[in-house]
Design a protein around this ligand. Structure first.
Ligand code: SF4
Length: 361
């Protein structure tokens, strides 16, 4: 019988010997797994995710996201252990405030899978799971005292691996803060633990609208029958679903792969929201593209893929200074009476600015 979501977590691969029961490992992976077991971010791969891995292909894009490699032990210039400066911007335990009208609440350190490029590797799988409402109470009080914050992103870890009952209690507590309009839930569950998205969860979440679901699909191979069913449950449940993709070298740094992913998401009624240039997390330099390469890939999507299927390319700047959008250089020149624009085909088009020639009519 297929495992339910709790069984998936119980049976997850956590050690080199667990993983090698399914996957023919390379020497690089063996060393990476050894590193993970002795001080790196712990390994966690549920059987469902293992089933998506091409066990004979070391370049498999699913495998590369979840099986560590020896490069993880390397540190390069610019690497940070907390690249988004979350510790520095913590205004109450587990509450991070970096933008005027929104805040990030970290409700658990547990995930359904451990992604090797994770920005919060300092946290993930290292502490004791879920933080109780009483531990989070100072964060709720801070939000009550700061009504300019209108949106809370709950993340972790992954909030959807918290039990339905506990998550419900947490969401009710947030809903008691009258200034909070919108709750966002950041989750990788739909693509790595899709059996978790069931009627009970959806019914509970519906009581807390408006609630936006932020998913994290990185490759078209993650769009399986099961994950598409999980997305359909959420969309049919009435939640706007947006996706954030991390641009990862050797995994999805290819415009055709991204176009297939983004079109596939739109087909599931999920809006590709951000394409994130990878953070400068320590031990992840082997995953990072240069900014020039990110822009080159992004530029190739322009005009060729429906606007519905094109996310914004963003860099989350080191130190928690905020996200910066990147785009192809579409403005060639600007003068008072005209602007020259470059189209996705590379043609230059003159746009006459308003009000400059009225005297000559
Ligand atoms: S699911 Fe998110 S928080 Fe968890 S390891 Fe992956 S990227 Fe990090």
């Amino acid at each position: 019988m297929a495992l339910d979501w709790r069984g998936q977590l119980r049976k997850a691969a956590r050690t080199l010997s667990d993983v090698e029961q399914t996957v023919r490992l390379t020497e690089q992976e063996r060393r990476g797994l050894h590193w993970a077991e002795h001080g790196g971010m712990p390994v966690l791969i549920p059987p469902y995710v293992l089933s998506l891995i091409d066990t004979d292909d070391p370049q498999c894009p699913i495998r590369r996201q979840f099986i560590p490699r020896a490069e993880e032990s390397q540190r390069v210039r610019g690497d940070l252990s907390d690249p988004l400066g979350e510790r520095e911007h913590e205004v109450a335990p587990r509450l991070v405030h970096r933008y005027p009208d929104r805040a990030l609440l970290l409700v658990t350190s547990t995930c359904a899978v451990h992604c090797r490029y994770c920005t919060r590797a300092r946290l993930v799988g290292t502490e004791d799971g879920y933080w109780s409402l009483s531990e989070l109470e100072p964060a709720f009080r801070w939000l009550e005292a700061h009504p300019q914050v209108r949106e809370v992103l709950i993340s972790g870890g992954d909030p959807l691996v918290v039990s339905t009952r506990r998550l419900d209690a947490l969401l009710w507590r947030i809903r008691r803060i009258s200034s909070i309009d919108v709750i966002r839930v950041g989750t990788r569950v739909p693509n790595v633990l899709p059996m978790r998205v069931d009627d009970e969860l959806v019914t509970m979440l519906r009581a807390h609208q408006p609630l936006w679901i932020m998913t994290h699909f990185n490759h078209p191979r993650e769009l399986t029958a099961l994950s598409c069913h999980a997305l359909a449950q959420l969309v049919d449940g009435g939640f706007p679903v947006m996706n954030q993709t991390v641009l990862l070298r050797g995994i999805n740094d290819d415009d055709q792969v991204l176009a297939t992913l983004f079109r596939g998401l739109v087909r599931q009624r999920v809006r590709p929201y951000y394409l994130l240039h990878a953070d400068v997390m320590e031990g992840t330099s082997h995953f990072r593209t240069s900014v020039a390469r990110s822009l080159e890939i992004y530029s190739r999507l322009q005009g060729k893929v429906s606007g519905l299927a094109i996310p914004r390319l963003m860099v989350d700047t080191p130190g928690g200074k905020g996200k910066v959008p990147l785009g192809p250089a579409s403005v060639v020149s600007m003068e008072s009476h005209k602007t020259v624009l470059r189209t996705f085909r590379g043609e230059e088009v003159v746009l006459i600015e308003p009000g400059q020639f009225e005297g000559h009519r």
